[in-house]
Design a protein around this ligand. Structure first.
Ligand code: F6R
Length: 241
């Protein structure tokens, strides 16, 4: 495991983006595992900026996202597909047909199987991850088995509350999501975990220094052979080096 502590979010994003750029420069047909949420937005901004300068092309790159709300169509402004279009895909030259996000309006069980098949056919060179305050990765909440494939989850109250800021009120936050499982996440060749802010410090300490347990889903990342963690100072405050 490699842990890098950045001064602030800007530096964190620049360092994390460097790993993505390296992957795409080495392999123009790379497969990127992407995440939504606030943590990776700085990385996506830098991807778009470098693309605009003509420094990197995503023409032959594919992307696979972690998760989506059940029931939200791609056109809903809180769907994760919409987030990805707005924050990244519409700003770079990635081909629409090479971008994969679980389909929230598909038949849930069939979509889980389709997604697991997709993950097998598109091995990811690198997977970006954020972490929830309760240690979740993607929507794998505490208690999720480490061998889980893509599945439907009932969202934790704390997760719904954390995401309520993006909806008119908490009642509008979907109750279920479709998520890549822990097994699927761990199958990526390289994992890039980014976390920022004091609210993540406990989860980061449990994930990186605690026991490997389903109580803290992110702790399973300690078993990954190629884990890179980029934190800001506040998120790193509770880990020992
Ligand atoms: C997003 C995802 C979530 C977030 C996590 C952190 O696709 O799967 O696990 O990574 O909730 O969210 P932020 O980055 O908003 O703090």
């Amino acid at each position: 495991m490699k842990i890098i502590v950045a001064q602030d979010y800007q530096e964190l994003s620049r360092i994390a983006y460097g790993f993505i750029k390296d992957v795409v420069s080495a392999n123009p047909s790379a497969v990127l595992g992407l995440a939504t949420g606030s943590s990776p937005i700085g990385i996506y901004d830098l991807m778009a900026e470098d693309y605009a300068k003509g420094e990197v092309s995503y023409r032959n790159v594919s992307s696979v996202n972690l998760d989506e709300y059940v029931g939200l169509p791609a056109t809903h402004n809180q769907s994760y597909r919409y987030f990805m279009q707005h924050n990244l895909f519409d700003r770079i030259d990635i081909a629409a047909q090479n971008t994969f996000v679980p389909v929230g309006t598909a038949k849930p069980q069939q979509e889980c199987q389709r997604y697991d098949d997709l993950l097998e056919s598109l091995p990811r060179d690198i997977q970006i991850l954020g972490i929830g305050n309760n240690g979740h990765i993607a929507f794998n909440e505490p208690g999720t088995p480490h061998d889980s494939g893509t599945h439907i989850v009932k969202l934790d109250d704390s997760t719904r509350a954390a995401n309520a800021r993006f909806f008119a009120n908490i009642n509008e936050v979907p109750t279920h999501a479709i998520t890549m499982g822990i097994k699927g996440i761990m199958a990526a060749k390289k994992i890039l975990l980014v976390a920022t802010g004091a609210s993540k410090a406990d989860a980061i300490a449990a994930a990186l220094r605690g026991k490997i347990t389903t109580d803290c889903p992110a702790s399973v990342l300690q078993n990954h052979k190629n884990l890179i963690v980029v934190l800001d100072k506040a998120a790193s405050a509770k880990i020992s080096f």
